[in-house]
Design a protein around this ligand. Structure first.
Ligand code: SF4
Length: 884
């Protein structure tokens, strides 16, 4: 009996009907169930066990691919090679033909392009492949660019050589297995074979499926087909498959009715990928709340571009506590553990700090000590902050972990060598680092790839890495990981029939998917004539997938982000008929894991800053406390240092230290003396020499690299220019002191400060100087600026100085010397006169009010209206950050 069950796409429980229409429930061990993909087999087993006792034996199940491989394993003397072996064989042929010199591709790239080409040609042929026939079509076509024609002819020559090689060595690739397995079909002894989930039968599988249908005494074939399918999908896929099936045998057709329901469809737009996945988590939460009878198995999420979404999905679903089974895996090249192992090659080229940290902090390197790695991370971030990290710095580093990394780097020294020697090097690196990925199968698969790459082809280091990466791209990790809501690519969703299907990443780039970058250019006309996958067929497949997803599931939600990695994304053209809805992703149903606790403790603050009921604080610390109590708390109380990887940039702190030191030195001996015109050239000279000496000193003490020393030396000329322009304005000023410490007390407050420089102006006014080296514009110190924005430093120094020395504050001026590397003579310094600082008599009251609140513990560390969030080191991890 040969039954062809024709189901409209929206018919639910097709697999259950298939079970009823077959003998499987009565004679499970005499029946073979074949599905198009592995996820469907798992779905089948669940459905089967729902109808049978757990102790009932399970029928034999296979995907069409595993069935063919199984037959060959037990019957054929030929060996099936992996895609990696195929790639290496092609690499050898292509290198022999010097393709990388003839064409503008890299060796690894053109090999992958040819591997795809051969795969497509073989998959498009029902019978044997005839390269001659293809060449004839190529010759008949009027090509606009000879380059493309040469490339295709070249590809066909390579293909011929490849096929001869395969025959000679009795090898088969994955595209050959169906034809080869057909010869051993008699080995199968089943009473009945069931086919489930096949919308399209690729040509290279047809001979095998035909033999299965003809051979088995009984067949039940489930075929989805309905008249509402888009026309191109109907013509190019369903009709084509249907008419082929009808030619194979005389079917007893049973046509099922369409269900009376329309697909419920929604479409959501989000700002970013992360917000999109958060939105998906929210949708899942809402739906599960609304349908208490649902289980996680009632929901499926489908991502046409799984590779780019996989890490985001894993991270966010885990964060929101949503269990998920992520299938298919991904290709090995995307495995984080493998990428980190290969970072050793990147480190050799760049010696940059993030790469070093990726290696050091990778938990999969068991020979590296994690505690030491963390220490290196912290100390090097401090040491090289703003100074950057270069090879010199790495060479000077010491310690057990660093020695291990240096040994691994030494192993990959050398120029071009045979692939197998490069593979030995990677094996040695694995040993040296003690690489053990958390999923052991990753190591096994990776080492299999390495084993398959052992070849005598001589390649450079760059070529080796490219070849290895392309080879890794070819290895799919198909097994799902975890359990819970199924997250899969499109192909793995065929026939799954869920209550809710969420399709994420529905952008114009993903639906329809862009062709692979490594694809030879063959005109569509030729592709159509030869039956290769052409543009129209690709579109039809995508349209059929969408139609299927919309009809197989009860409700379908499309989501897409507006940006992926900074690149603007549009909604898929296939979704233009649906209006977008917006969803707030702020409020969550699932409780997120706490990444950082924003709580502050007054007790901790008290221990550090309150002594016997008095607030003991410096002027600069008080300024930061008032400006943003939370950033003050994080920095000064908890000692939290924001994560800032070292990179070369201006280092105002370092310049600050150097300039302050030099100023102290060169003015020693000038106390209580007026600076005259004659002193100026000598002072400038001493300043220049002092700066250069301090830079050398920093270098000698190992605090800066040779490179950064040279940068500082170049910059020093601008610093000297600033100094000479400022000091020239201070001719006739009497120098009083540098770095003068000053203290003042009020009830409950002990205030300290250090004034950078004190002078007496020719008119007798005291000049309080503060030296600034950052790029921030000096504050205005107006009343509003003082009381509302809490820029208090210079006014407080004036107030303290006036009280301490009993001088009228009107006789004191403030002055900022600004070493900011901006060439603008007018802004090299700024004066603050008493006319503008007319609020100094209210400072005491202001301080008292604040201090009493602080010492009584009534002061909140939650900032009311923070103003400096944009420049704040804690932005991003602070819950109070102001983003406007
Ligand atoms: S981000 Fe804004 S509110 Fe948060 S600590 Fe920094 S300045 Fe304060």
């Amino acid at each position: 009996m040969r039954k062809l069950l024709i189901f409209p796409f929206n018919r639910r429980n097709k697999t259950d009907i298939l079970l009823e229409e077959s003998l499987i429930l009565q004679k499970p061990l005499e029946t073979l169930y074949i599905a198009s993909h592995i996820s469907k087999i798992r779905d089948f087993k669940l459905r089967y066990y729902k109808r049978k006792e757990r102790s009932t034996p399970l029928p034999f199940t296979h995907t069409i691919k595993t069935l063919a491989l199984n037959i060959l394993d037990s019957a054929s003397e030929k060996r099936v090679i992996s895609d990696v072996e195929k790639y290496i064989i092609l690499l050898q042929i292509i290198k022999g033909r010097k393709a990388d010199e003839k064409f503008k591709y890299t060796l690894s790239g053109i090999t992958l392009a040819l591997a795809h080409f051969i795969k497509d040609v073989k998959a498009s042929m029902e019978g044997d492949v005839s390269t001659e026939e293809i060449k004839k079509k190529i010759d008949e076509f009027v090509w606009r660019f000879d380059y493309n024609r040469f490339l295709v002819i070249f590809a066909l020559d390579v293909m011929e050589e490849y096929m001869n090689y395969m025959n000679k060595h009795k090898l088969l690739d994955i595209e050959d297995i169906y034809k080869e397995a057909t010869g051993y079909i008699d080995l199968l002894k089943f009473q009945e074979i069931l086919f489930d989930g096949f919308c399209e039968i690729p040509r290279y599988q047809r001979i095998f499926i035909k033999a299965l249908i003809e051979k088995s005494p009984s067949i039940v074939f489930s075929f989805p087909y309905d008249k509402d399918v888009p026309i191109d999908a109907m013509e190019l896929i369903l009709n084509e498959t249907y008419s082929w099936l009808k030619k194979v045998c005389q079917w007893n057709e049973k046509i099922f009715d369409k269900e009376d329901r329309q697909p419920e469809i929604e479409c959501y737009n989000f700002a970013s990928q992360a917000e999109e996945v958060e939105g998906i988590a929210k949708i899942i939460g809402i739906e599960l709340k609304e349908h208490p009878d649902w289980t996680l198995n009632d929901i499926i999420t489908v991502f046409p571009s799984m590779p780019s979404y996989r890490p985001v999905i894993q991270r966010i679903l885990k964060r929101y506590g949503i269990p998920a089974e992520i299938v298919p895996g991904y290709s090995l090249v995307q495995d984080a553990s493998i990428s980190t192992l290969l970072e050793i090659f990147n480190l050799k080229r760049s010696y940059d700090w993030p790469t070093l940290m990726n290696i050091l902090l990778c938990p999969d390197f068991y020979n590296l000590n994690q505690k030491e790695a963390e220490r290196i991370s912290i100390s090097s971030r401090e040491r090289f902050f703003r100074l950057g990290f270069i090879r010199d710095d790495f060479d000077k580093m010491k310690g057990k972990n660093i020695d291990i990394i240096k040994r691994a780097l030494k192993r990959i020294e050398g120029s071009s060598k045979p692939l197998k020697e490069w593979v030995d090097d990677v094996d040695a690196i694995i040993e040296i680092l003690g690489w053990q990925p958390s999923y052991p199968e990753i190591k096994v698969r990776f080492q299999k790839v390495l084993y398959e790459m052992r070849n005598k082809i001589v390649v450079s280091e760059d070529e080796f890495i490219n070849i290895l990466k392309k080879a890794l791209e070819l290895v799919e990790v198909e097994e799902g990981r975890g359990s819970g809501i199924r997250v899969s690519g499109v192909q793995e969703s065929v026939g799954m029939e869920r209550n809710l299907c969420i399709i994420g990443g529905a952008t114009e780039e993903n639906i329809p998917g862009a062709p692979s970058l490594e694809e030879l250019f063959i005109p569509d006309t030729i592709k159509r004539q030869l039956g290769f996958t052409h543009y129209g067929l690709r579109m039809a497949r995508e349209r059929l997938d969408l139609y299927r997803l919309k009809n197989e599931n009860n409700k379908v939600v499309f989501t897409y982000p507006s940006k992926i990695q900074g690149k603007v994304q549009m909604k898929s053209i296939f979704l233009f008929g649906y209006n977008d809805s917006l969803m707030e992703t702020g409020a969550f149903i699932s409780k997120p894991y706490e990444i950082f606790s924003p709580e502050w403790s007054f007790d901790k603050f008290k221990k550090k800053f309150i002594v016997n009921g008095w607030l003991k604080i410096s002027v600069t610390a008080l300024e930061s406390l008032l400006k943003c109590p939370y950033s003050f708390y994080l920095e000064k109380v908890e000692g939290i240092k924001p994560y800032r990887p070292p990179q070369i940039e201006e280092a105002p702190e370092l310049w600050g230290t150097i300039i302050h030191r030099v100023m102290c030195n060169i003015f020693a001996g000038y106390e209580n003396k007026s600076i005259s015109g004659e002193d100026i050239p000598e002072l400038i000279n001493s300043f220049r020499e002092g700066i250069l000496k301090e830079i050398e000193e920093e270098y000698r003490e190992g605090k800066i690299s040779t490179f950064y020393r040279d940068v500082l030396k170049i910059r020093s000329e601008e610093v000297v220019n600033k100094f000479s322009s400022i000091i020239d304005n201070h001719k006739g000023y009497e120098f009083i002191a540098s770095e003068r410490e000053i203290e003042e007390e009020l009830p409950f407050l002990h205030l300290k400060g250090k004034i950078d420089r004190i002078e007496r102006a020719p008119a007798g006014l005291i000049n309080i100087v503060d030296i600034k080296t950052g790029r921030a514009t000096p504050p205005s110190y107006t009343e509003k600026n003082f009381f509302n924005e809490f820029n208090i430093q210079i006014p407080l120094y004036i107030w303290m100085y006036s009280r301490k020395f009993n001088i009228d504050s009107k006789d004191i001026i403030g002055n900022i010397w600004h070493f900011d590397f901006i060439e603008d003579e007018k802004n090299n310094e700024k004066f603050y006169y008493s006319k503008k600082l007319n609020y100094l008599d209210r400072i005491e009251e202001f301080l008292q009010e604040k201090v009493i609140k602080i010492v009584k513990g009534e002061y909140s560390f939650i900032p009311e209206e923070p103003k400096n969030c944009y420049l704040c080191n804690y932005k991003g991890l602070c819950p109070y950050e102001r983003k406007d």
